[in-house]
Design a protein. Sequence first.
Length: 96
Amino acid sequence: MRDLSLQEAAKELGLTRTVLIRRMREAGLLNGKLPAHPLRDRLYLREHEGNWQHPELGQQYSYSTRVRPAGIAWLREKLGIPRPMPPVQQDRRDVG
């Protein structure tokens, strides 16, 4: 499984991106939009560097936070987000 953007992680957790970022800041996990403790939380979060070539300004860089696959369960625990219950399987013997 690949690392998720904050948008994709928020969808997985049942939140919006802005709510996820706000809650992560309140919990001390983000400093701005980057991991507050990149070494401590490296198994769950990572800093992603993007770059592109601008025709007038030259090489441009951007930084964002990515959530590793193990980070989804970790964020649920840290932010107090309950895990959704699996759908109820109807028993075939309950006929009639």
